[in-house]
Design a protein around this ligand. Structure first.
Ligand code: UDP
Ligand code: MG
Length: 316
């Protein structure tokens, strides 16, 4: 059985060699058990020496395939490219920054042999800042209420996928990709196991607050139109309130004669309603924006350099 390791790499010059050494060791351990391995590294437009290092690795190890993007397209695009260029019967998706312990791959392969199509590694949030843990927890609670697929806190992109899951995921061609959700959407028998999170050794997470927020919004909006439904409901509730209030004022005016209208009330109602309308417009706009990107049908990434053709001949 061939196992592909798919790892997106963005500015990982500090760790990529150690990462490769670590997965190589895993490959050596799995070889006697009848598992071959290939390594698919996707350089996501790194600005440092990552590509040079990948080329060197490929020179010394014929199992290394690399794909280098023309610019930074983001981790989701890198994952997609990795899956497309992998040919294993099972694919292990993991980060190249050594936060996903390669020692766990053996365990994943064992569980795969027991018949699971997806083996998910769930990390403890050790070493995360308290605020991030808390926001993650709140976020997942909210998302799982709104979204059809179940997303689990701590289950990231570190997972093993069988070929049929990979093919199913590759069959989803949407432009806005939220892999976590796509993997969950695909389904198939899956199992989860827990591991202790390694604290990042080099550099810092490339997730800024802004990108985390955007990622969170993607998760919320990629899977159904419930936010649109919520906007509709909110609108109906507000309309009812406005109707009742109007009836009350008109009634009061009929009984007591016309009074000087309350300035404060007017300002409050006008600004509040304007705010609500902007939010609803925003929700509609989000969906329209998504349609806009889907309709354009642009490629998810552009490849600048790769050795995949050559490696294919060597492996097969
Ligand atoms: N990554 C990528 N493109 C990006 C950002 C990150 O390919 O634009 C890769 C990065 O090299 C790493 C993985 O995605 O292998 C996870 O990134 P990071 O460690 O910054 O995120 P975190 O661990 O905080 O989720
Ligand atoms: Mg990381």
């Amino acid at each position: 059985m061939l196992i592909s390791i798919v790892a997106p790499c963005y500015n990982e010059e500090d760790v990529i060699e150690r990462f490769h050494a670590a997965v190589q060791k895993v490959a050596d351990d799995l070889l006697p058990l009848g598992h071959d391995m290939e390594f698919v590294y996707v350089d996501d437009g790194s600005r440092d020496r990552t590509l040079t290092l990948l080329e060197q690795l490929a020179e010394h190890d014929p199992r290394v395939r690399y794909v280098s993007f023309s610019r930074n397209f983001g981790k989701e695009a890198a994952l997609l490219a990795g899956l497309r260029h992998s040919s294993g019967d099972s694919v292990v998706v993991m980060d190249a920054d050594l936060q996903h312990p390669p020692e766990l791959i053996g365990r994943m392969v064992e569980l795969r042999d027991e018949g699971y199509d997806q083996v998910l590694a769930r990390r403890s949030r050790r070493g995360d800042r308290f605020t991030r843990t808390l926001t993650a927890r709140l976020y997942y609670r909210l998302v799982n209420r709104l979204v059809d697929v179940e997303l689990v806190d701590g289950v990231g992109d570190f997972r093993l996928l069988s070929r049929r899951v990979v093919d199913a995921v590759l069959g989803l061609t949407e432009y806005n990709r939220f892999s976590k959700g796509l993997f969950a959407w695909v389904g198939f028998p899956s199992t989860t196991f827990e591991y202790e999170n390694a604290v990042r050794e080099h550099g810092s997470s490339s997730w800024s607050l802004k990108s985390l927020l955007n990622y969170g919004l993607d998760g919320l909006l990629s899977f159904n139109n419930r936010p649109l439904r919520a906007a509709l409901h909110l609108g109906m509730v507000l309309l009812t309130c406005a109707g009742l209030y109007t009836a009350w004022i008109v009634g009061a005016a009929l009984v007591n004669g016309v009074e000087t209208p309350g300035y404060v009330t007017i300002i409050t109602v006008v600004t509040a309603l304007a705010g609500v309308q902007m939010v609803m417009l925003g929700v509609v706009g989000e969906y329209t924006g998504r349609i806009y990107y889907e309709v354009k049908g642009r490629p998810h990434f552009l490849v600048k350099a790769t050795n995949v053709e050559r490696t294919k001949d060597l492996i097969r």
